[in-house]
Write a protein that binds this ligand. Structure first.
Ligand code: MLT
Length: 244
């Protein structure tokens, strides 16, 4: 069997297709936060591009059962319970709760491919879990989508796309077909940085942006940890993600 992999840097680059499998990556930090929130017992995460829609949906949920989280420009949204740090979604805070989330780029990418038959969110901590899920589904076409920053390329998402492709090449019995140069470049990026992921994240422009906003050292460490989570954040209905 062949598995065809294509990588797009940002949501706007994705053509009008309905992929079998779409994997959305936002290493810094949306998909890392989603993965940790689900690991820590969040009931579900509903993602929104539009803040008014988010607030409208959240108010339909009881106050003690919901959490509104997200950022704009890296900063917590005013009036929200949490920002977008994977460290903030502890068991104590999110266990059993329904999360309503909006971020500058990550949730837009999730929206862009919400018609996919299977949609997963991936950060570096759950790279292996998502890859094993893909292998188990035996689908031919996998679309990998980075989130970038406001329409432009991001180093850390491309690194993770390369990490996913490298895992599939090494660990699946399928012939893995790299369909575009963006993904070939990501594989090269992974080879170059795989032994110093933390440095790659801090070198990235969004890493530098976060550094300029405050002390994000622990976020960087959390987001750069590879294969430590067995969670596969999976879209169960449009815009709603649960653990599988
Ligand atoms: C995003 O969606 O753009 C990011 O997750 C931003 C962030 O680091 O909070």
């Amino acid at each position: 069997m062949i598995i065809n992999l294509t990588y797009y840097h940002v949501a706007n680059d994705v053509p009008e297709i309905t992929p079998d499998i779409a994997v959305v990556i936002d290493v810094l930090r949306a998909t890392t936060t989603i993965s940790w929130a689900l690991k820590n017992g969040a009931n579900s995460i509903q993602v929104f591009a539009d803040l008014d829609l988010l607030k409208e949906s959240a108010t339909k949920c009881k106050t003690d059962e919901r959490i509104m989280l997200g950022e704009r420009g890296g900063r917590k949204i005013e009036g929200f319970d949490l920002g977008n740090s994977p460290l903030s979604v502890t068991k104590k805070v999110v266990n059993g709760k329904r999360l309503f989330m909006s971020t500058t780029n990550g949730t837009k990418s999730l929206h862009r491919v919400q018609n996919a038959k299977h949609l997963f969110a991936m950060g570096l901590p759950n790279r292996r879990a998502v890859a094993e899920k893909i292998i188990s589904l035996k689908s031919e076409n996998v679309l990998i989508l980075g989130s970038g920053w406001e329409g432009s390329y991001s180093l850390e998402d491309s690194l993770a796309a390369g990490a996913l492709a490298a895992y599939l090449e090494t660990n699946s019995d399928f012939e893995v077909n790299i369909l575009n140069d963006e993904l070939q470049a990501s594989l090269a990026l992974w080879e170059f940085w795989k032994n110093d992921i933390l440095k790659c994240l801090k070198t990235a422009t969004h890493g530098k942006r976060l550094t300029s906003l405050g002390d994000y050292e622990d976020d960087f460490k959390c987001c750069s940890e590879l294969d430590c989570l067995d969670i596969v954040p999976t879209q169960v209905e449009r815009g709603v993600i649960r653990a599988s």
